[in-house]
Design a protein around this ligand. Structure first.
Ligand SMILES: *Cc1c(COP(=O)(O)O)cnc(C)c1O
Length: 368
């Protein structure tokens, strides 16, 4: 039986094995274990890729959110608006600073924050909005920037799933005041361990973030503030520099794979495929569909050699650590689709034969 994994990171490694092995051995030879030239090279290359002035690396995408908010002075008694449907880091990083994440329902069609519901959640304590470009589709940034200007709020884009996606011709991560990236192995640009970073055109914020990520230092033993240890490994930077050269090609392959899925599934009456507004480009970190009777569908796919996943089974207002806070509030869109979403296999190296097998199997279990 044809086996279709959800992602295949080893397949990707094999396509660039020689370059990766060489980059790793060079980093070791140069003893660039933490920081150093290898990290600086990746930071510069990624800043160029995005077209921003500063890219500050750190240990992971969760830290990059937390460090950024700390640099903007967000702390106890502050509120930060986040989408109700995202990976927990977006809210958890707010809580780590003793600030309060305030959830806003997401759109049923795009899965990004429903901007028409943001203003109702703004209070005198609101300091920032963190839009998440979930699955690789940009949030409605024009509307978010309009609200941010009106209420003087900081906008931090969570770009962990959206490397290279564009909104009205601009790369995400360059539209808000600053942005956060993750290079977790399974992301569209992934290291071989944890890594993350911060993009911003604001030199002061970049400098503060750089200090916060390295014990508050701006020179050896010059601790300007209390910071932390959140640095990128040289090995991860070496790997990321190699992989960055292929990101545009891999993104195109993801988009082509999504187009094949769209063609094969687009005429279904019961399977809801992802949609992308014409002014945006979607980078398909996830190819997420909605179906009825999800459990039965996932089991059938599994029995046919197809691995799927759920991103995520519960909106954040419904997970244990937040569910007791929101009794006056409801999140009808997320509440409905959280039980219907399935992420299908999606990665650059995925073949057309595999996509056809997934689509055929999915259609047969929903009775089409
Ligand atoms: C992966 C992810 C993060 C966190 O990144 P890590 O590098 O795993 O800490 C944050 N936000 C979103 C939306 C993510 O998908």
């Amino acid at each position: 039986m044809l086996q279709v994994p959800f992602v295949d990171l080893f397949a990707q490694y094999l396509t660039i094995k020689e370059e990766i092995d060489m980059a790793i051995s060079n980093a070791i030879k140069n003893c660039d274990f933490i920081g150093g030239e290898t990290v600086k090279e990746f930071e510069n290359a990624f800043a160029d890729y995005l077209g921003v002035k500063n890219f500050v690396s750190c240990a992971n995408g969760t830290d990059s959110l937390e460090i950024l908010m700390k640099a903007y002075g967000i702390g106890p008694n502050d509120e930060v608006i986040v989408p109700a449907h995202t990976w927990i880091s977006t809210a958890e990083s707010v809580g780590s600073l003793s600030a309060t994440p305030v959830f806003v329902d997401c759109r049923r069609d795009f899965y990004t924050i429903d901007t028409s519901q943001i203003e109702a959640k703004i209070t005198s304590r609101t300091k920032a909005i963190i839009p998440v470009h979930l699955c690789g589709l940009p949030a409605d940034m024009d509307e978010i920037m309009r609200i941010s200007a009106k209420y003087k709020l900081i906008v931090i884009e969570d770009c962990a799933q959206s490397h290279g996606a564009t909104y009205k011709g601009k790369k995400v991560g360059t539209i808000g005041h600053a942005s956060s990236f993750s290079f977790y192995p399974g992301k569209n640009l992934g290291a071989y361990g944890d890594a993350g970073g911060i993009a911003t055109n604001d030199d002061n914020i970049a400098e503060t973030c750089r200090m916060l990520a390295n014990h508050g230092q701006n020179g050896k033993h010059v601790h300007r503030m209390e910071g932390r240890n959140s640095r990128m490994d040289g090995l991860q930077a070496a790997i990321l520099s190699v992989k960055l050269k292929y990101l545009t090609k891999w993104t195109k392959q993801r988009q082509e794979n999504a187009a094949v899925y769209n063609t094969l599934l687009g005429n279904s009456k019961t399977i809801q495929i992802p949609v992308c507004p014409p002014h945006s480009t979607h980078v398909y970190h996830l190819y997420m569909v909605q179906v009825d009777k999800r459990e039965k569908v996932m089991n059938y796919l599994k029995d046919n050699g197809i691995q799927t996943a759920i991103h995520y089974p519960h909106g954040l207002p419904f997970v244990d650590c937040y569910k007791d806070r929101h009794h006056n509030d409801s999140f009808p869109n997320v509440a409905r689709y959280q039980d219907r979403i399935i992420s299908l296999p999606m990665y650059a190296e995925l073949g057309e034969k595999e996509i056809a097998h997934v689509a055929d199997t999915l259609k047969s279990i929903v009775g089409e």
